[in-house]
Design a protein around this ligand. Structure first.
Ligand code: SF4
Length: 314
């Protein structure tokens, strides 16, 4: 079966081997972040609806777990956009928790809809929720996250504060540092105050390491991240390290070309990224890449971290 809404499992920096479950198509989101690795938001919205039918996602999950004996650390609800926009997310969360009991469930969200009690309730059964907060003032929020007009940064922070009070699982809050956007002392101090109110279980500093939506952005250097970590001075804070190596994991899916396309469709990848994920030799992955380039399905873009492959816009 070719999966349209599942991808991986792939190694994730924060979640180990992660089976992704997409709840919205590319690229439906409440934000249009300048650093977005998925690409520019084409549907900037706050409208919740069943963008992808719950029944289709359940069909794929059921098939996957019947036919794959893959080692997975987390099932991760995410999407090529904001997954809480799918009004069926509560049904998906309940289905997974009821039927796949031995794998923890994670939800990646930008947190913008957590002000809505229905959204907070829908996530209550998850094991870990990973929201993001890149700004704490309206000006920076607008500049970096380019939000839907109905959304305010204060609303996001209040939603996260409320969710913390109601949710019994773990909250791992991500702050994406983008030099020139949210790394001033003043903004970092505002973010710090917000995090102290939210009280996440951990705070994870991340930065750009592949092409974003806007040209000319750069990721923060390790020294900059360390300075920021010192300035924020928060408990349980870490700078996220590179993805774990999985080259020796024999149980990755055998349909390597499909996984390559699935990965590249979601975000640009280097050859190393793909080798790490697939547990194959660089030569074998390169052969797949060459085939896809010859078939005009992918193209390469040179970036600071190396040559990235991305799907070709047709
Ligand atoms: S980074 Fe996340 S929240 Fe921001 S535009 Fe991309 S998908 Fe949406």
């Amino acid at each position: 079966m070719k999966y349209s809404y599942l991808f991986g499992p792939v190694p994730s920096r924060r979640l180990g081997m992660s089976l992704g479950v997409d709840l919205v198509p590319r690229k439906v989101c409440t934000l249009d972040c300048v650093y977005c690795e998925v690409g520019a938001t084409t549907t900037l919205t706050n409208e919740r609806k069943e963008y992808i039918p719950v029944s289709k996602i359940i069909e794929e999950l059921t098939h996957f777990f019947k036919t794959n004996a893959t080692a997975i650390d987390h099932i991760t609800i995410s999407g090529s956009g904001e997954p809480t926009l799918n009004s069926g997310i509560g049904d998906i969360v309940r289905f997974i928790k009821h039927n796949i009991k031995d794998i923890p469930l994670a939800v990646l969200t930008n947190g913008t809809l957590l002000y809505d009690k229905n959204v907070r309730d829908a996530l209550l059964a998850a094991d870990v929720v990973l929201p993001s907060l890149d700004a704490a003032t309206a000006t920076v929020f607008n500049r970096i996250n380019r939000h839907h007009r109905s959304i305010t940064v204060d609303q996001c922070i209040e939603g996260l504060v409320s969710f913390r009070k109601e949710f019994r699982g773990k909250i791992w809050l991500e702050i994406f540092i983008l030099p020139g956007f949210n790394d001033t002392d003043a903004e970092l101090d505002e973010i710090r105050q917000a995090v102290l109110r939210i009280q996440p279980d951990s705070v994870q500093l991340n930065t750009l390491d592949r092409p974003g939506t806007v040209a000319g952005l750069r990721g923060a250097a390790q020294m900059e991240l360390e300075r920021i970590a010192q300035l924020l001075d928060l408990e349980n804070m870490e700078i996220i390290a590179a993805a774990p190596q999985t080259g020796s994991v024999p149980s990755c899916r055998p349909d390597a070309e499909s996984v390559v396309i699935e990965m590249i469709a979601r975000r640009p990848c280097t050859l190393d990224d793909l080798v790490t994920t697939l547990g194959m030799s660089a030569a074998a992955v390169k052969k797949i890449i060459d085939g896809l380039e010859t078939a005009d399905r992918i193209e390469s873009v040179q970036q600071e971290r190396g040559l990235f492959y991305q799907l070709k816009d047709k």
